[in-house]
Design a protein around this ligand. Structure first.
Ligand SMILES: *Cc1c(COP(=O)(O)O)cnc(C)c1O
Length: 227
C-alpha cells in the first residue's frame, strides 16, 4: 500500500462519523488525486479556480469539488457549472455574482460565509458585524440561486493550543447564534462548520467542527517552488 492511501485510511479511521473530510489537493498532480479517489475519497478542495477547472475536466465526474481559496468575482463563471461548495465567501458582492452565474447554469450553489477569527492580517474573512449585515439585507433575501449552508474559518498559525481553541470556539458560538436567527430564510440551511486543517483539525473537531480541510497530512508537504 502506498503512502497517500495509508495516510487517508489512517486519518479516516480516527474521524467521528459526522465529520466530513475535504482532501485538499491544491498543487498536487492528478495521479495523486486519483490514488485518493481509488481509496474511496470523493471530496477534494482546491484554492485556484483555473487549477480546479483543469482537474475537473480531467478526473472522474463523481468527484465533488470544493473551492476553499479566496475567490475573484470575474472567475466565478468558470466554476459555476460544477463546483459543489464554495467555502470562502466574504462579501455580498461576491454572493450576487455567484447567484448570477448559478442562475445561468440552472443551479443553486452552496456556499459558506468565511469569518475572520484569527489575529493575522493575511487571512480573509468577514467580521461578525459584516456577517449580520449580509444576512439582514433585503438584497441577500432575493438571491435564490445560492444557499448558505454554514460558516468557514481559519485559526491563527501558532503552537498555542488554547489560543486556537478560543478562535474555533468563537466560530462555533457565532454559528449557533446565526443558525437560530436565520435558518428560516429560504436560501439558508445552516448545517456545516468548516474549520480545521492538518495541524489543528483535532482541536477543531473538539470545538464542534463537522468539516475539515486536510492537505499535507494526506498528500505530503506542498512544494511551491517546483510548480
Ligand atoms: C491549503 C489549505 C488547507 C489545507 O492545509 P494543510 O495544512 O495542508 O492541511 C486548508 N484550508 C485552506 C483554506 C487552505 O488554503
Amino acid at each position: 500500500m502506498s503512502t497517500i492511501t495509508e495516510n487517508l485510511n489512517h486519518l479516516k479511521a480516527n474521524l467521528p462519523n459526522n465529520v466530513c473530510l475535504v482532501a485538499v489537493s491544491k498543487t498536487k498532480p492528478n495521479e495523486a488525486i486519483l490514488e485518493a479517489y481509488e481509496a474511496g475519497q470523493r471530496i477534494f478542495g482546491e484554492n485556484k479556480i483555473q487549477e480546479m477547472s483543469d482537474k475537473y475536466e480531467a478526473l472522474p465526474k463523481d468527484i465533488e469539488w470544493h473551492m476553499i481559496g479566496h475567490v475573484q468575482r470575474n472567475k466565478v463563471k468558470y466554476m459555476a457549472p460544477f463546483v459543489s461548495l464554495i467555502h470562502g465567501v466574504e462579501s455580498l458582492k461576491l454572493l450576487i455574482e455567484i447567484n448570477k452565474q448559478a442562475k445561468k447554469n440552472n443551479r443553486v450553489i452552496s456556499c459558506l460565509l468565511q469569518l475572520f477569527i484569527a489575529d493575522e492580517e493575511t487571512k480573509f474573512g468577514l467580521s461578525e458585524t459584516e456577517l449580520f449585515e449580509i444576512l439582514d439585507s433585503e438584497e441577500f433575501k432575493s438571491l435564490n440561486h445560492i444557499k448558505i449552508v454554514g460558516l468557514m474559518g481559519m485559526a491563527t498559525f501558532t503552537e498555542d493550543k488554547t489560543y486556537i481553541e478560543e478562535e474555533f470556539s468563537s466560530l462555533k458560538k457565532i454559528f449557533d447564534k446565526i443558525k437560530k436567527q436565520y435558518n428560516h430564510l429560504p436560501n439558508t440551511d445552516f448545517n456545516t462548520i468548516s474549520m480545521g486543517m492538518s495541524n489543528d483539525y483535532k482541536i477543531a473537531i473538539a470545538c464542534g467542527s463537522n468539516m475539515i480541510r486536510v492537505g499535507s497530512t494526506i498528500f505530503g508537504e506542498r512544494n511551491y517552488e517546483l510548480k
